[in-house]
Structures are given as structure tokens and as C-alpha cells.
Write a protein of this length. Structure first.
Length: 429
């Protein structure tokens, strides 16, 4: 029977290196004041070091320069990545490029890989994923109204998208658009590669968000209009009508990586919580001696451990049976992990008092970013609904009106079942 929670010693060594590297080399980037060119130069030197260690773009298969390690190992790496918002970039797996490169790796033609995937992996170009629209519920994207119509050898795209992360700085946008309006809801849309400089691509703005100042160097969530955008026929990704299938393949493992990164972020807040509890004195002793603070520490430790095991289990199911088999597990961690992240940061802020609220510490920024986790990649409520539906499929409505566990009914049934033995016992009295 295989039931093992240990990490292979060889891989643990890599994780150890990564922890040290993120702590020593990446965390300082967060507070470095530098212009974009200088910052990029520093990041590139760190990326070179990651490449030397063979840990670059580890989400991709070996033939594309990745490691082919599978989701459990990737999950463990992302937990470390999550410590800093800059670590994913240094390790070549920052969203949305990592998910987009996975799409191209899985569904791209050799020409598409040559033109977009390889430069993306080298960090020479950037990408964005353009699905959500202002006029329709992103939680239920089957209703999108962006269209792509074939005109000779070109697709003509018209539509209005928003929250296209990194849309303003992307070189290529993966755009979802309706191509077959009369097909069944999940077969109406197709996926396209749209070079950002194509006439008709109007990148209007980065939408100001709670994330605020962190979104440096043009990063952010943009509003984009596609007005008679003409792209060659061969820019269709995968098969026509398969955009939802492709998006699902992109989002499944991506959500595991998000959840593991959240754990890395939660762990950082938790460390701050514990250190401050030991450091700060009030009412005759350290905050750590107060039961409420002890409860925060114990609850956070339990919740982080639960989220970690749930996430690694979801990763394991993907490794064993593929992303489609792990839908329930992925939805479970998406809403549970987002709540754990939020709650741990919230408690860390509380234990720091007014300082927790101040930008002298990273907690307030972490808190603002954490709030988005409950919305992107599907809001909490949709994942809860999906988990509940999936769980309920394992049940059937009990016959009649009594609950199946009704004790008087069960007692009558037990009496009937053992009637003979009960009679013999009474006769022998
Ligand atoms: C930081 C960030 C980055 C993003 N990046 C991208 C990106 O790169 N590309 C992209 O295409 N999109 C992106 N998005 C958009 C994101 O995917 C959508 O915001 C999300 O899918 C929700 O869609 P919506 O905003 O239209 O909310 P709506 O669909 O309007 O939902 C609003 C609220 O309704 C409630 N709700 C919805 N369905 C149910 C239900 N079944 N039961 C109960 N309540 C429900 C939920 O509380 C939900 O929050 C990003 C969003 C954020 C915040």
C-alpha cells in the first residue's frame, strides 16, 4: 500500500536551495527602488541562476525545457514561490504566462510553439489571457458576447474584455470568442492567439484595483476592446469550439499552483504573527501568553496544514488520473485555500495592531492581494456550488419521508432482523 507524506531526499535538496535563494535573493526585490531596466537586469541575473540549477519553467514537459516533475513536486515548489510576488517571475512560472505556455504546449501547432511558446519560455515576450467581459458574469462565461467570424482565410474578432491580466504589456493575447453561436453552451467558443500589435486591438487602461502600487512596470488587469481585429486562420488554438476544454486544462493545474503559492504567503504572515506574539508585551506578559493569540496561532497552524494536505492531494490526483478527474478536489482547495490565506493574514495584521495596518510592514499589501483570491479563477461561491453538486451526485433521495437514520424505524428493523435470536434469548430466561 502506497501512502507516503515524505519528500524524496534529492528533491528536498532542491527545495532547500530554493527556500534559501528566495529568502536571500528574491525577497530584497520587493523593497528595491529601481527603474524598470535596472530591475529587469537584476531579475535576469537571478533567472540565469535558476536555469543553472535546472529549476526554470518547471511546469512544462522536458521537451520544452521544463522538468516534467508532475503536480505534487510543482506544488511544493510553488509553496516556496508564494513567499514573494516576484519569485514566480524569477522561476519562470508567473501567471498568466505559465498557464498560457501550458495551453500552447498542450494545444499549439508546431508553428504556434515556434512563434510564441519558445520566446515566452525564454522570457523574451509576455502574454495575457482574455476571457472575462464587463457585460456578462465571468463566473458563468458561457454567456460571453465576443465573436470571431471566419472571413476567407482570416478570423475577424469583435468584443470587449476586461481584467485581462498583464494585457497592457503583453505581446500576445489568448482570446476566447464565440465562433459557433448555435452549438451547445460549452462548444460555442474557440481560443485564438492575437498579437497585441494587430490593428483593432485597443488596450484602454489598467483598471485601478485594491492591489494598488504593487502593480509596477505596466502590470495590472486591463480593459481591452477588439474592433474588427483580423488574424490569420491558423491562429486558432486547438480545435474550433473547444475553448472551454482548453481553458479548463489551463485552470486545473493553475489553481493548484495558486493554492500552494497562497500557502507560502500565509506561512510568511504566520511567521510574522508568531514572532510578534513573542516580541510584544501587554498586560504583564508577551501577547503569546494570551489565550486568544494562542487560539489564532493554533487555528492558523491547523488551517494551513489542512489546506496544504488538501492541495497536495489534489495535485496527486492530477498526477495519477489527470486534471479532469480532480475537479472536485481542485474546487475544494480553491475556496478553502483562499479563505485560509485571508484569515491568517488578517490575524497577523491584528496581532501587529496599528503597525499591521501600516505600509511599514508587508501585511497590508498581502491582505489586499489576498482579497482577490476569492474572486479570480472562479469566485468562492461557484466552487462551493460545484463541490456540493459533485458530492450530491454520490447520494440518492431516501425513499418516503423519514430520514434513513430514524432511530425508532431502525429499532423496529433490528428487532425484526434478530427476532429469532431474541425469542430464543427470552425462552431461555
Ligand atoms: C486580480 C484578478 C485577475 C484576473 N485575471 C483575469 C485574466 O487574466 N483573464 C480573465 O479573463 N479574467 C480575469 N479575471 C476575472 C475573473 O476571472 C472574474 O472576475 C471572475 O471569473 C468572476 O467574474 P465577474 O467578475 O464577472 O463576477 P460575476 O460573474 O459578476 O460574479 C459576481 C459575484 O456573484 C456571485 N456568484 C456568481 N455565481 C454564483 C453562484 N453560482 N452562486 C452564488 N453566488 C454566485 C459571487 O459572489 C461573485 O463574486 C481576474 C480577476 C481578478 C480580480
Amino acid at each position: 500500500m502506497a501512502w507516503d507524506f515524505s519528500t524524496e531526499p534529492e528533491f528536498e535538496k532542491k527545495l532547500e536551495w530554493m527556500r534559501e535563494f528566495v529568502r536571500e535573493e528574491v525577497l530584497p526585490l520587493e523593497v528595491l527602488e529601481a527603474d524598470e531596466a535596472t530591475f529587469t537586469r537584476i531579475v535576469r541575473s537571478l533567472q540565469d541562476e535558476v536555469k543553472k540549477q535546472g529549476m526554470w519553467a518547471a511546469h512544462l514537459p522536458p521537451d520544452l525545457g521544463g522538468q516534467g516533475w508532475g503536480q505534487v513536486k510543482l506544488g511544493l515548489m510553488h509553496e516556496i514561490d508564494g513567499m514573494s510576488p516576484w519569485a514566480p517571475q524569477v522561476f519562470g512560472n508567473q501567471a498568466p504566462d505559465s498557464g498560457n505556455s501550458e495551453v500552447l504546449a498542450m494545444f499549439g501547432t508546431p508553428e504556434q510553439k515556434e512563434r510564441w511558446l519558445h520566446p515566452l519560455l525564454d522570457g523574451r515576450i509576455r502574454s495575457a489571457f482574455s476571457m472575462t467581459e464587463p457585460m456578462h458574469a465571468g463566473a458563468d462565461p458561457v454567456n460571453m458576447s465576443t465573436t470571431a467570424v471566419l472571413d476567407g482565410d482570416e478570423w475577424v474578432i469583435n468584443g470587449h474584455k476586461w481584467f485581462t491580466s498583464n494585457g497592457m504589456i503583453a505581446d500576445v493575447l489568448l482570446v476566447m470568442a464565440v465562433t459557433d453561436p448555435d452549438a451547445s453552451p460549452y462548444e460555442r467558443a474557440s481560443m485564438f492567439l492575437v498579437p497585441a500589435d494587430t490593428p483593432g486591438v485597443r488596450r484602454l487602461r489598467n483598471i485601478p484595483t485594491m492591489a494598488g502600487g504593487h502593480e509596477r512596470f505596466g502590470q495590472g488587469h486591463s480593459e481591452v476592446k477588439y474592433e474588427d481585429v483580423r488574424i490569420p486562420r491558423e491562429n486558432l488554438v486547438g480545435r474550433r469550439g473547444r475553448a472551454f476544454e482548453i481553458a479548463q486544462a489551463r485552470l486545473g493545474p493553475g489553481r493548484i499552483h495558486h493554492c500552494m503559492r497562497w500557502l507560502g504567503q500565509a506561512r510568511r504572515a504566520f511567521d510574522m504573527l508568531c514572532e510578534r506574539a513573542l516580541q510584544r508585551e501587554a498586560f504583564g506578559g508577551p501577547l503569546a501568553s494570551k489565550q486568544t493569540v494562542q487560539n489564532w496561532i493554533a487555528d492558523s497552524a491547523a488551517e494551513m496544514q489542512a489546506a496544504r494536505l488538501l492541495t497536495l492531494h489534489a495535485a496527486w490526483v492530477i498526477d495519477q488520473q489527470g486534471a479532469a478527474a480532480a475537479r472536485r478536489e481542485i474546487s475544494l482547495i480553491k475556496f478553502y485555500g483562499a479563505k485560509v490565506l485571508h484569515d491568517v493574514i488578517d490575524r497577523a495584521i491584528q496581532v501587529h495592531g496599528s503597525w499591521g495596518y501600516a505600509s511599514d510592514l508587508p501585511l497590508e499589501e498581502m491582505y489586499r492581494h489576498a482579497r482577490a483570491a476569492r474572486i479570480y479563477d472562479g469566485p468562492d461561491e461557484v466552487h462551493r456550488q460545484s463541490v456540493a453538486r459533485s458530492v450530491l451526485r454520490d447520494y440518492r433521495r431516501p425513499d418516503g419521508w423519514l430520514p434513513r437514520e430514524h432511530v425508532p424505524t431502525r429499532r423496529d428493523a433490528a428487532r425484526a432482523k434478530f427476532a429469532q435470536l431474541l425469542e430464543e434469548a427470552t425462552a431461555n430466561l
